[in-house]
Ligand binder design. Structure first.
Ligand SMILES: NC(=O)c1ccc[n+]([C@@H]2O[C@H](COP(=O)([O-])OP(=O)(O)OC[C@H]3O[C@@H](n4cnc5c(N)ncnc54)[C@H](OP(=O)(O)O)[C@@H]3O)[C@@H](O)[C@H]2O)c1
Length: 258
């Protein structure tokens, strides 16, 4: 695992600085994380985020919003991942495979992260991925003093089983159980967490109004866009109302597809 592709340009750096000012409301919501840490220059005083799955569809939307809010963002991704969705963004990259614990541990030792976001996805039958990745991320976030983990998960997991269409549950059970193990690892880590579950992900055409919201009722099943999920993620950063909570994300403007 190596760090690579430092994409800072002068313009991008200036932009990030200006946007950091725009994100001041968030930053002051967590004054401790806004202070320089011992031995660090003042230029590193902005909150730092490590995003898993940042090269993906949801993850890249989240990365963009975190950057726009003034965070220093590092994206963990496989050497084979395409950084295309992140082109031009002032982010750092750390190479690694989340299923390899040593890769995850090294990523957490590059620097200390205030925020860890898990927006990983994995198509196919390898459902154990979600248990392993959740465990690795939770273990090393805890060991290195992260202040918050935001985990994207699925409706159907844990207490939300009843919300998932019964006729399709059996086919999803193994996936949901693996995701539940991932959620459990994050919760048990003791790091303040926010779990945001989605049921149906649909990205409407550009220009469609986005009205995503979080609900605490684990019986709720609905549709949400990745753009909406990304905005809700940003809204939970350092937000006390999101601490140690599980939410379902829905957008009332999108049709509920079962
Ligand atoms: N309910 C629904 O309708 C629905 C549909 C799709 C997704 N989802 C959920 O939504 C979330 C994100 O979905 P998405 O569509 O944004 O996913 P996506 O575009 O497929 O992105 C997945 C990300 O995970 C990364 N990843 C996969 N395996 C990895 C590994 N071993 N090590 C490091 N990174 C790895 C991928 O990296 P690479 O670039 O290397 O592949 C990519 O960045 C997930 O929670 C997913 O389960 C829900």
């Amino acid at each position: 695992m190596v760090t690579r592709r430092r994409t800072f340009t002068i313009l991008a750096f200036l932009r990030a600085g200006l946007l950091a000012l725009a994100g001041a409301a968030f930053i002051t919501a967590n004054p401790a994380s806004a202070q320089p840490r011992a031995g660090q220059p003042a230029s590193e005083a902005r909150p730092a985020a490590l995003v898993f799955g940042g090269s993906g569809q949801l993850g890249s939307d989240i990365v963009r919003m975190l950057v726009d809010a003034g965070l220093e963002v590092t994206v963990f991704m496989r050497p084979t991942s395409s950084p295309e969705r992140l082109a031009g963004l002032p982010v750092e990259f750390v190479d690694g495979d989340v299923t390899v614990e040593q890769d995850v541990s090294r990523a957490f030792q590059v620097r200390r992260y205030d925020l860890v976001v898990d927006a990983l996805g994995r198509a196919g039958a390898d459902v154990g991925f979600f248990a392993i990745s959740g465990r690795h991320i939770a273990t090393w976030a805890k060991a290195t003093g992260a202040r918050q983990i935001i985990l994207h998960s699925s409706v159907g997991v844990g207490n939300s089983r009843g919300a998932y269409p019964a006729e399709r549950y059996a086919g999803m059970q193994a996936l949901f159980e693996a995701k539940q193990a991932g959620e459990r690892a994050v919760i048990d880590s003791g790091v303040p967490y926010t779990i945001i579950r989605n049921a149906v992900l649909r990205d409407p055409p550009a220009g469609t109004p986005e009205q995503a919201r979080l609900v605490a009722d684990e019986r709720v099943y609905g549709t949400v866009s990745r753009r909406g999920l990304a905005r809700l993620t940003l809204g939970c950063v350092s937000e006390p109302a999101c601490a140690n909570r599980i939410f379902h994300a829905i957008d009332d403007g999108l049709p509920v597809l079962r």
